[in-house]
Ligand binder design. Structure first.
Ligand SMILES: NC(=O)c1ccc[n+]([C@@H]2O[C@H](COP(=O)([O-])OP(=O)(O)OC[C@H]3O[C@@H](n4cnc5c(N)ncnc54)[C@H](OP(=O)(O)O)[C@@H]3O)[C@@H](O)[C@H]2O)c1
Length: 327
């Protein structure tokens, strides 16, 4: 069993092999029970997870407040990551993505208040602002770092050239982008660039928003109903591919979620799976101890060639993900 104190480098940071993605604790993929969410976060810390991922936009502030409650008394042991740039007041403001320096300053203060902490260890620009040059945003984040409000700078869903431009202004600690068996596009250019620059890579939605754990949306209020990959036809086509991972899981006597996570872990990146349930959390954490041999990795990759997944990653009209537009 992975020792609770095992840490891996993430750029200049030191984190547990898996982080914990908190988004789903704010009613994104079905309803989340507050008490169960807090119990799940508590168990995550008990297991030795020291890396919690949230964002101001998750639950419009609810998620950061929940994390703030969960980490009281434990904060000093933790690497807290949050994100800004997706405006919480997009409708009123008439602008969804905002990387302007003045908004960065405003957003960090609001996140610090909600999290009830005096600094955020890793602060990401959630999505590239198509208007504000990334250099300006990162320049301001560097100032916030100098003032001790944030510990390190991250970017989410940017392409290799933006990552290089940003990194030239101030070292970027981590890039967070979607990476899983059914979303492997980062392998071509983005992941190698992050490695070359010494930027840590955080794999979000490593379980394919539940699909690669064998879970599909059942509740009416679930954002995945709007996702092209979760439409009936796409699910049917993609399930044929998942069957290969399920076969491997049966052969190894583990769950398909564990096989999916073990594959991501084999890439030397830090996955941040999310769950509302302690049992799923414990099962996911146990994937740290599942080492897939090269033949099994090749079998999985043959079943999920890059670009083969049916359905776009995001609903039409979502903020763009530069360089990663799905087929
Ligand atoms: N930077 C970005 O733009 C961005 C975008 C999306 C996500 N993220 C971050 O990445 C984190 C993780 O991504 P995600 O939540 O989208 O997707 P994910 O971790 O790939 O999957 C989460 C889903 O899988 C289910 N699940 C988890 N473990 C399971 C298990 N062992 N067995 C069965 N089902 C299981 C969860 O349901 P249950 O709750 O029922 O377990 C949930 O519906 C988020 O929390 C967020 O912090 C970042």
């Amino acid at each position: 069993m992975t020792a609770t104190t095992d840490r891996v480098p993430l750029g200049p940071l030191s984190v547990s092999r898996q982080g914990f993605g908190c988004m789903g604790l704010s009613h994104v993929y079905g309803r989340a029970d507050e008490a169960e969410s807090l119990a799940t976060l508590e168990r995550a810390l008990d297991l030795g997870i020291n890396f919690l991922d949230t964002a101001d936009i998750y639950g419009l502030g609810h998620n950061e407040q929940l994390v703030g409650r969960a980490i009281r008394g434990e904060r000093h042991k933790l690497v807290i990551a949050s994100k800004f740039g997706n405006r919480l007041d997009a409708k009123a403001h008439g602008r969804a993505l905002d990387g302007r320096p003045e908004y960065a300053r405003e957003a960090v203060e609001a996140s610090l208040r909600r999290l009830d902490v005096d600094h955020i260890d890793l602060y990401y620009l959630h999505r590239l602002d198509p208007v504000t040059p990334v250099e300006e945003t990162v320049g301001e984040l560097a100032k916030l770092k100098g003032q001790g409000k944030i510990g390190a700078i991250g970017l989410s869903e940017v392409d290799a050239s933006v990552l290089r431009r940003a990194h030239a202004v101030h070292p970027i600690a981590a890039l967070q982008s979607e990476y899983s068996l059914w979303t492997r596009e980062v392998e071509a250019e983005i992941l190698p660039t992050a490695r070359e620059l010494g930027v840590g890579f955080v794999a979000y939605s490593p379980l394919g928003r539940g699909f690669l754990a064998g879970a599909e949306p059942v509740e009416e209020k679930d954002r995945r109903h709007q996702h092209p990959r979760f439409q009936a036809e796409a699910l049917a086509a993609n399930s044929r591919r998942r069957a290969v991972a399920e076969g491997i899981a049966a052969r190894l006597g583990v769950s398909v979620a564990q096989v999916s996570l073990a594959w991501v872990l084999s890439k030397g990146v830090v996955p941040i799976p999310g769950t509302r349930h302690v049992a799923h959390l414990e099962a996911n954490w146990a994937a740290n101890d599942l080492s897939l041999d090269p033949a099994t990795i090749a079998e999985l990759e043959a079943a999920f060639p890059v670009g083969s997944t049916v359905g776009a990653r995001y609903p039409a009209g979502s903020p763009p993900v530069p360089g990663l537009q799905p087929a």
